[in-house]
Write a protein that binds this ligand. Structure first.
Ligand SMILES: O=C(O)CCC(=O)C(=O)O
Ligand SMILES: [Fe+2]
Length: 318
C-alpha cells in the first residue's frame, strides 16, 4: 500500500485509465492541492517499481566509491548540470553554507536529427557502473512520461488546451538527480541537510527518499513533515509554473532536515526529477491568471533566461 503523509494524495491511474468523471475528479484534486500547498503525493504513477529500486541501488554504488573516482565525473565549470557535484558545492540562494549533500545529474538525450540535439550538454557516463548509466536513461524517460500526464491534468485545470504543455516539454531540459546525504560524523554547522528553497522548474517528481527528513512550509504555516511510505512519489510545483500561473499554483518552500542524533550514522538517498520545458518556452503569465484580485506579478521571461538567473544565485554558474 502506497501512502504519503502530510500532503494530499491522488491516484494518477484515475486520470490515465479512468472514465470522464474519474478524470475530472483527479484534475480537481490535483488543482486543489497545487493551489493550496503546492505539493501532492501520487500513487499509481506508472514508474516501474523495479526501475526505481535498481536506480537507488546503482546510486548507492556510485556514491560509495572513492572520491578520486567520483571526482573524474565532476565538470568544474559546467554549472553542475551534468555528472557529479561534490559535497557542499550547492547552496540555497539565501545561504552561504553548502548543503550536506553530493549528487549526480543526467540530462536530456535526443536522437540524431532532432532540432535540439546539439543544444544540450552531453551526459556524463561512468566507466565503473554501466548499469547506473543505463537505468538513469530508462528512469529519465519514465519520469518524462509520468510528468506529461500530470501537466496534461494541470492544463485542464487551468482551462487551457489539454495538450498545451506538450510542445514545450518535448525534448525539454529536464534533469534527473541522484542525491546522497552522507552520514553525519561531527556536530554539523546547521541542522539542515538541504536548506530551504523552492524548485526552479515546472514540476518536480521526487521518488520516495530512503529516509525521513523532507519538510514543506505552505505560506503562513509551520513546517510539515512529508513521509513517503511504500512506492508513492511526491510531486511539487516549481517556480516556473508558479510564474506562468501568476502565483495561482504555489511553488512551496521545502527543505531536508538532519535526522535525530541517534540516526546520524544513516545516509539518505533521494531521486528528484526536475521537469523543465525547452529553453524557448515563454513564461509570460497566462491571461486568465491575471485578474483584478490577482494583478500581474511578473515580467515576461523565457524558461532559458530564468534558469540562467537562478543557477547563478545558487552558486552553480559563475
Ligand atoms: O532530498 C529530497 O528529498 C529533496 C531534495 C530537493 O528538494 C531538491 O533537490 O530540490
Ligand atoms: Fe527541492
Amino acid at each position: 500500500m502506497a501512502t504519503i503523509t502530510g500532503i494530499p494524495q491522488v491516484d494518477l491511474s484515475q486520470f490515465v485509465k479512468g472514465d470522464a468523471s474519474q478524470q475530472a475528479a483527479f484534475v480537481e484534486a490535483l488543482g486543489k492541492a497545487f493551489t493550496e500547498i503546492g505539493f501532492v503525493g501520487v500513487v499509481n504513477h506508472g514508474i516501474p517499481k523495479e526501475l526505481i529500486k535498481k536506480f537507488f541501488e546503482e546510486s548507492e554504488r556510485f556514491f560509495a566509491q572513492d572520491l578520486e573516482i567520483k571526482d573524474k565525473y565532476e565538470v568544474k565549470n559546467g554549472a553542475g548540470q551534468r555528472g557529479y557535484c561534490s559535497f557542499g558545492r550547492e547552496h540555497a540562494k539565501q545561504s552561504n553554507v553548502g548543503d550536506l549533500k553530493e549528487f549526480y545529474q543526467f540530462g536530456q538525450e535526443l536522437p540524431e536529427g532532432h532540432e535540439l540535439k546539439d543544444v544540450y550538454m552531453d551526459n556524463i557516463y561512468t566507466d565503473e557502473l554501466p548499469e547506473f548509466n543505463k537505468t538513469a536513461r530508462e528512469l529519465y524517460q519514465a519520469f518524462e512520461a509520468s510528468g506529461a500526464h500530470l501537466l496534461e491534468a494541470i492544463a485542464i485545470f487551468l482551462g487551457l488546451d489539454r495538450n498545451y504543455f506538450n510542445p514545450h516539454i518535448e525534448g525539454g531540459n529536464s534533469i534527473l538527480r541522484a542525491i546522497h546525504y552522507p552520514p553525519i560524523t561531527q556536530e554539523p554547522k546547521s541542522a539542515i541537510r538541504s536548506e530551504e528553497h523552492e524548485d526552479i522548474n515546472l514540476i518536480t517528481l521526487l521518488v520516495g527518499a530512503s529516509a525521513d527528513g523532507l519538510q514543506v512550509r505552505p505560506l503562513g504555516q509551520d513546517w510539515i513533515d512529508v513521509k513517503a511510505l511504500g512506492d508513492g512519489i511526491v510531486i511539487n510545483v516549481g517556480d516556473m509554473l508558479q510564474r506562468l500561473t501568476n502565483n495561482k499554483l504555489k511553488s512551496t518552500t521545502h527543505r531536508v532536515v538532519n535526522p535525530p542524533r541517534e540516526l546520524w550514522y544513516t545516509s539518505r538517498i533521494s531521486i528528484p526529477f526536475f521537469l523543465h520545458p525547452r529553453s524557448d518556452m515563454d513564461l509570460t503569465c497566462l491571461e486568465d491568471c491575471v485578474t483584478e484580485e490577482t494583478p500581474l506579478q511578473y515580467e515576461p521571461i523565457t524558461a532559458g533566461e530564468y534558469l540562467d538567473e537562478r543557477l547563478r544565485e545558487i552558486g552553480l554558474k559563475k
